[in-house]
Design a protein around this ligand. Structure first.
Ligand SMILES: [Zn+2]
Ligand SMILES: [Zn+2]
Length: 298
């Protein structure tokens, strides 16, 4: 399995001198199996660069785009993904649809005339929409599993498995606290119910989903201090990301969805703190921070 990061930033693009090393584009991760079958996790602004790289090969593209959820930072790059404008290319867009809106509308509405000059139905590539709930799909002869996370309205986590290798992508996920969730208007009842049904640690279902993964890409938006003022925003502090990685016995954790206010130096500092915690607590996994352009292969 091979992974390349095209966008690592959460919430809003952050270009500038302070974000050169870890990157300013919003989430997009390219995942390929050995035979190069392409699955793209999320379509934040990072997908523009991936599109340009695909165009440069001159080959036609057949790929799956798996969206965690339709918050801006995860879909905003799609209208700038050039391969969608080329006939002969084929894309299947995977995502959850809710509140009576089809997945096609959820994605297409951001290209409505009010917001964008070209509409979804004008794109030349063949686009198929694949709405999912929690399930296991066959994607290019390998498995893609989904899991609902703890995020306002919803967000999906994805697990890609092939030939004994596994990767889990969890871009937006918050430590679950039942009492806090009940008091928040923006957490849907279905999510509260889903977690209320889990026994013991309400985060256990996510941990079970992640269990044994070779690589876990996980939300690490906040420091624990920052999290105190952002409860209910749907994101993790890095100590929680470490806890998920340890409890699920992953081999490697990638800190992802960096906060828009964090400079490269701040991300360095968070990574160093994580490494210290891992040592102090005798955790057994490797930890890195996602940076635009880096590749991993195993
Ligand atoms: Zn996000
Ligand atoms: Zn979100």
């Amino acid at each position: 399995m091979k992974v390349k990061f095209w966008g690592t930033r959460g919430s809003i693009p952050t270009p500038g001198k302070g974000t050169v090393r870890y990157g300013g584009n919003t989430p997009c991760v390219e995942v390929r199996l050995q035979n190069s079958d392409l699955v793209i996790f999320d379509a934040g602004t990072g997908i523009r660069g991936l599109g340009d790289a695909l165009m440069a090969t001159g080959a036609s593209v057949k790929a799956f785009i798996a969206l965690s959820h339709p918050h801006w930072d995860h879909i905003q790059g799609l209208p700038f993904f050039k391969p969608l404008f080329i006939s002969g290319n084929e894309f299947t867009i995977i995502g959850h649809q809710s509140r009576g809106l089809t997945l096609r509308r959820v994605i297409g509405d951001q290209m409505d005339k009010k917001y964008f000059p070209i509409q979804l139905n004008e794109l030349k590539a063949k686009i198929t929409f694949c709405p999912v709930k929690e399930e296991s799909l066959k994607v290019f002869n390998a498995t893609l599993k989904t899991c609902f996370l703890n995020h306002p309205t919803f967000a999906l986590g994805y697990r890609r498995e092939a030939a004994g290798h596994s990767l889990v992508y969890i871009s937006d996920n918050e430590p679950f606290d039942r009492e806090v969730a009940k008091s928040l208007k923006n957490v849907e009842k279905q999510i509260v119910d889903r977690y209320a049904a889990s026994q013991g640690n309400p985060n256990q279902r996510v941990i079970d989903f992640v269990r044994g993964a070779d690589l876990l890409i996980h939300d690490a938006t906040y420091t624990p201090e920052e999290y105190v003022n952002h409860v209910g925003w749907g994101h993790s502090h890095y100590l929680f990301s470490l806890e998920v990685a340890n409890s699920s016995k992953v081999k490697k954790l990638v800190l992802f969805h960096h906060d828009q206010s964090h400079s490269d130096d701040k991300v360095d500092e968070i990574l160093q703190k994580c490494k210290r915690e891992i040592q102090t607590r005798n955790y057994a996994f490797e930890c890195v921070a996602a940076a635009e352009g880096i590749e991993m292969e195993w």
